[in-house]
Design a protein around this ligand. Sequence first.
Ligand SMILES: [Zn+2]
Length: 41
Amino acid sequence: MTVLKKAMPTNKCPYCAGQGYFQLRLGGSETCSRCSGSGKK
Ligand SMILES: [Zn+2]
């Protein structure tokens, strides 16, 4: 089983920095509406 993940920073969602969600200051997180939480572009 090959588990080599290729890092593709250019493929990351610029909105949430590839996280798929936003970190809220008040606590908790909100799903990124741009990538629907996938973190991809
Ligand atoms: Zn996003």
